[in-house]
Design a protein around this ligand. Structure first.
Ligand code: SF4
Length: 236
């Protein structure tokens, strides 16, 4: 299965300061503003981000109702949105990506040392880095599909509306996540925590959507601090 650790994740202080997760009552604490460049330096000097991606393409045998059936006999069940969006896909890419365990370990250490604000800002940097990892995965797979004269759809992740969280073990196994050190807890949560899994369709005229459109259909949108709105992102 293809794996790569050749992934560049660039995060600027401006990227971090735009995050809703660092605003309380809509306002940015001046101490947070000072901490961001300092913690970005820590990320760099202590090599806290160690991104890795594993992925594999599988032929689609049938997509009906809530089940995507693959040519190897695997079934992704509880996925009506996947079936609907990838109805015309000839194959699908299962992907797992991680930033490794170092950033989470550093966040835990900061909490243990009673430095909660540093810990929270570093955690926010990690959440942003996972989003950037998702963007890097999409760019990599787009490029590879284009080189073969095909297209990728936008990605879908287990846990999104119409794609049950219970599918995550299947998606991670199909991607070969264990080859980059990803394991799953009994509840299906990924370890390291700063990891993600996703599925993309491959074929002609694959559907694309912006990430804010996922948030627009999410049951948690009213209480979610990370909800994206149209001005956050243009459809690609
Ligand atoms: S609203 Fe929040 S929980 Fe729902 S998809 Fe968007 S970021 Fe995820």
């Amino acid at each position: 299965m293809p794996t790569t650790r050749d992934v560049q994740i660039a995060i600027s202080a401006a990227d971090v300061l735009r995050r809703n997760g660092l605003r309380f009552g809509g306002r940015l604490n001046p101490r947070v503003r000072d901490l961001v460049p300092d913690l970005l330096r820590v990320v760099e000097t202590e090599d806290l981000l160690q991104p890795a991606i594993a992925y594999r393409e599988w032929q689609v045998a049938a997509a009906e109702g809530t089940v995507m059936r693959l040519a190897n006999g695997a079934r992704i069940e509880g996925a009506p949105r996947l079936v609907e969006q990838l109805a015309d896909a000839t194959s699908m890419l299962a992907v797992a990506g991680t930033l490794g365990p170092r950033l989470d370990a550093h966040v835990s250490r900061l909490f243990a040392e009673r430095q909660p604000m540093r810990a929270l800002v570093l955690e926010e940097i990690g959440i942003l880095a996972v989003a950037k990892l998702g963007d890097a995965i999409r760019d990599l797979l787009d490029e590879e599909a284009k080189a073969r004269g095909q297209e990728c759809s936008s990605p879908m992740s287990p846990g999104e509306t119409g794609f049950a969280m219970a599918t995550q073990p299947t998606v991670v196994a199909l991607a070969g996540g264990e080859e980059i050190g990803i394991t799953l807890s009994a509840s299906g949560a990924m370890m390291p925590v700063k990891s993600l899994s996703m599925v993309l369709g491959v074929g002609e005229d694959m559907p694309r959507w912006a990430a804010w459109q996922i948030c627009a259909g999410c049951a948690a949108r009213e209480r979610c601090r990370y909800r994206l709105v149209p001005q956050d992102e243009a459809v690609t």
